[in-house]
Design a protein around this ligand. Sequence first.
Ligand code: ADP
Length: 457
Amino acid sequence: MPVTKEDILKVLSQVKDPDLGKDIVALGFVKDVNVCDGIASFTIELTTPACPVKDQMKDQAYHLVMALPGIKTVNINMTAQVRASHSEQKDQLIPQVKNVIPVASGKGGVGKSTVSANLAIALSKLGAKVGLMDADVYGPSIPILMGAVEPPKIAPNGKMIPPVCHGVKIISMAFFVPKNEAVIWRGPMLSKMVDQFLGAVDWGELDYLVVDLPPGTGDIQLSLCQRIPLTGAVIVSTPQDLAFQVAEKAILMFNKLRTPVLGLVENMSGFECRHCGGREEIFGSGGARRYGLANQIPFLGEIPLATNIRETSDGGRPIVEAFPDSPSAKAFFKVAENLAAQISVENLQAASPDRPEPKEISQPSECEVKIVWKDGHESIYSAFDLRASCSCASCVDEVTGKKRLDESKIDKNVRPLAIEPVGRYAIHFQWSDGHRSGIYTFEHLRNLGGVNQVPGS
Ligand code: ADP
């Protein structure tokens, strides 16, 4: 009996994607299976070209199919199709950008911009379409780091065309603010800038948009998280930074915003001597790995403190571009691969049918809100009930979880004046009683149920 397509799929179902925890057939990665005269050919389409176990899976697939009786040749075409973190692309500010990855740190000077730049270039070198947005308005350093000489051009349609440096499209506040002019921005201006960066830039199709956030946990982070569906954040810390729990503030902020933390990067982790190649743990190391383990946050890798990392950055050619084979560059590539894997994991989980996500939000009447969920379930809420179940800090005590809001004081005819999406996890209501700080997560709304549900979902 000659080998059939089914035989090939059967053996390939033994190949497991270790990050996604399922086999490549169940994941739908195996395509275009053909077998004829002892020659088997098929495509494995991964969820990222930067997959850290790409070669390992290809190897395993090759040997499994080769072991089938009568197979003489196995041709495997490895491709990748990065999945978007959001399924509904219309109405998005940047519909062609599949994943937005903010890079954050608890304080300045830990190497957040250096890591952002090297990660962006590394992802691009691994085959992805990448953009880098410098949102660090207080110290925009990306154009220098990336060696950008040209500011963005303006297209006939008025959109900004970002310059491309080392394969990465970049945009930065530094392009628009005269040198040495201190940028003093306040909340509303920051939000406006975020909108402009996002909406007025012709990013084209991107697999990953890396965003270099300003250090800390201020307005810009909030603006970003509320305007676009972020896939998840990367937190950069130094070993001593973790010891003092500065990085933890950034992690807590993303937790509060229900934006997943995709992982931790420990930068300046041990000093690598360029003369002898020896390593010295100046600030200690391994703190981020231990912290990640203890808090169930993936650890993406550690970057050594190395003179050539600073020198290449200062020279506008980050180390993954300038010396891709150096130990420091390899450390960045490893982090980039681990990050890409975490993004795939996050997107797979987000696409899981167990996660509630609205398909349609409407108002059957002034005082009612209706949500049709992706799984077909429908919830109709009275505006009063929704207002009463607000879980913002002024309505519910953050520490004790006890309700602060006195329901008897809520206007019986309260109604939403505006209903806006928050990232891809929640909805923000502006109420007619002036209350506007409530963010309702999809889980919260789904658990509230509403007054009239279609059963059986
Ligand atoms: P941040 O964005 O957190 O403020 P930067 O990326 O601007 O930090 O880095 C601060 C300084 O530290 C820069 O001069 C940069 O070149 C240097 N630097 C960052 N990471 C490393 C590293 N791993 N080894 C050596 N120098 C580094």
